[in-house]
Structure formats: structure tokens, C-alpha cells
Design a protein around this ligand. Structure first.
Ligand code: SF4
Ligand code: SF4
Length: 234
């Protein structure tokens, strides 16, 4: 059923129940995301897509649109709140982009640019999380994990369907873990997909790194904003 909503004061027509983040993209309004991927189940973990809906702050990936909804995306206070959320993600890990294999291909870095982040307003925590290097084809640079749960939900053992990645503990003690035996069964292609799926440089494929020269890396060729807005036309 067709409905009308307003986004930043502009009326748009959408289908009842569509996800707000997709409706915005379909109408040329970029809302940053880190855990959400169009066409996949919503995880709602990163909150980077927070907007105001009828006066209340909500994660746009979790909101089905309904008639008459009033949405604020680029109102300054809302935009600054999203920026603060991204800054928090940087402050909670160790993100030294120039020395990171994912630089130029990293969604967190790309979203940081999109929200205009220069430095975190929050104190950096400098967590100490041991690197996991046991799997044959990949390793985990745990300090960069933003706990989006993409790998946990979407990377499964092809035979049994069992989860290969998991998150242990909670809060400041949370840690991304991998089932080494299952990881060692992953075909090369699946390892590559998992490394690509990770929005940051936490899951890294062994034997690869810095493959694309500066200037030719994923988000240097096309920004994360352009990619998000283009997907709508498919
Ligand atoms: S994971 Fe992304 S944000 Fe973190 S250091 Fe690497 S490139 Fe930078
Ligand atoms: S390892 Fe990557 S994909 Fe998995 S939870 Fe951490 S950031 Fe997300």
C-alpha cells in the first residue's frame, strides 16, 4: 500500500512497511549504516543510522514506514548525534588507519568521513584485546571489532550451518571469537567474503594486504554514500 511520509520536510511516497533506511536511500537521502546491509535481515546493533521519527530517536534500519510519519535525518542535532555515535566506535577500539589493511575499504572509516568526524569527543579507551591468529586462512585484529554481529549472523559452516564467529562476554569485556576448526574448513572464497563482510579491519585474510594502491581503493573509487544511494535503483 502506498503511503506518504516526510523526510526533512520533503514529502515522499513509499510502500507501507518498507524499512525507513531504504526509503530514505530510494529518495536520495543518505543515512549511514555499519551493521545494516540492504536485502539482509536487520541487526540493529550499531545505531549509526539513528534519526528522529515523530520526535523520537530510532535506528532507521529498524523502523517500518507508516503513513504520515515525520522523519528528521539532517537536522543539526540529529546529525551531530550520529557523529557522536561514530566517534564512540572509534574511541572504543584502536583505529590507526594509516597502518590498517582495511584502510580505503573500511566502512567505519568511510562513515567517519561522511559524518565529518575529525577527532573523537570521547576519551580513547585503548583496549588491549589479544589478536587471534590460530585459523589457517584468517586472523582477527580484535581491537578493531565494532561488534556489529555481521560475521556472527551471516557466516556459517557450509555443511552444518553452525556459526563460525561469536561474541563472548559483554560490555567492555566483549570479544569476537572464532571456532578455529570450522574456520579451517572455510573455502578461500568464503574467507574472502567474511573479510569483506566485516565493516572494519577485524577479519583479515592471511596472505593478502594492501593489495590496492592508494587512490584505487574501494571507497576512493566510489564513496560509501554513492554506493548506498545507487543500490536503490537495483
Ligand atoms: S578498521 Fe577502519 S577505522 Fe579502524 S583502523 Fe582500520 S581503516 Fe581505520
Ligand atoms: S569481526 Fe567484524 S563483522 Fe564480526 S562483529 Fe566484529 S566488526 Fe562485525
Amino acid at each position: 500500500m502506498s503511503i506518504r511520509i516526510t523526510i526533512d520536510g520533503h514529502e515522499v511516497i513509499a510502500q507501507h512497511g518498507d524499512r525507513l533506511v531504504d526509503v530514505a536511500a530510494d529518495n536520495g537521502v543518505y543515512i549511514p549504516t555499519l551493521c545494516y546491509q540492504r536485502g539482509k535481515p536487520c541487526l540493529g546493533t550499531c545505531r549509526a543510522c539513528s534519526v528522529r521519527v515523530n520526535g523520537n530517536v530510532m535506528a532507521a534500519c529498524t523502523v517500518p514506514v507508516s503513513d504520515g510519519m515525520e522523519v528528521e535525518v539532517n537536522e543539526p542535532e540529529v546529525a551531530d548525534m550520529r557523529k557522536a555515535l561514530v566517534e564512540l566506535l572509534f574511541a572504543e577500539g584502536n583505529h590507526n588507519c594509516p597502518s590498517c589493511e582495511k584502510s580505503g575499504r573500511c566502512e567505519l572509516q568511510a562513515v567517519g568521513y561522511e559524518v565529518g568526524m575529525m577527532v573523537s569527543r570521547f576519551p580513547y579507551r585503548f583496549p588491549v584485546r589479544e589478536r587471534e591468529t590460530a585459523p589457517e586462512k584468517l586472523w582477527l585484529e580484535r581491537d578493531r571489532c565494532i561488534f556489529c554481529q555481521r560475521c556472527v549472523e551471516f557466516v556459517r559452516d557450509k555443511e552444518t550451518g553452525r556459526k563460525i564467529f561469536s561474541i563472548d562476554h559483554r560490555g567492555t569485556h566483549a570479544s569476537i571469537e572464532v571456532d578455529v576448526a570450522l574456520a579451517n574448513k572455510m573455502p578461500d572464497e568464503q574467507v574472502r567474503e567474511a573479510a569483506e563482510l566485516c565493516p572494519v579491519g577485524c577479519i583479515i585474510e592471511k596472505g593478502l594486504g594492501y593489495n590496492d594502491p592508494i587512490g584505487r581503493r574501494k571507497f576512493e573509487i566510489k564513496s560509501i554514500r554513492e554506493r548506498a544511494l545507487k543500490r536503490k535503483h537495483k
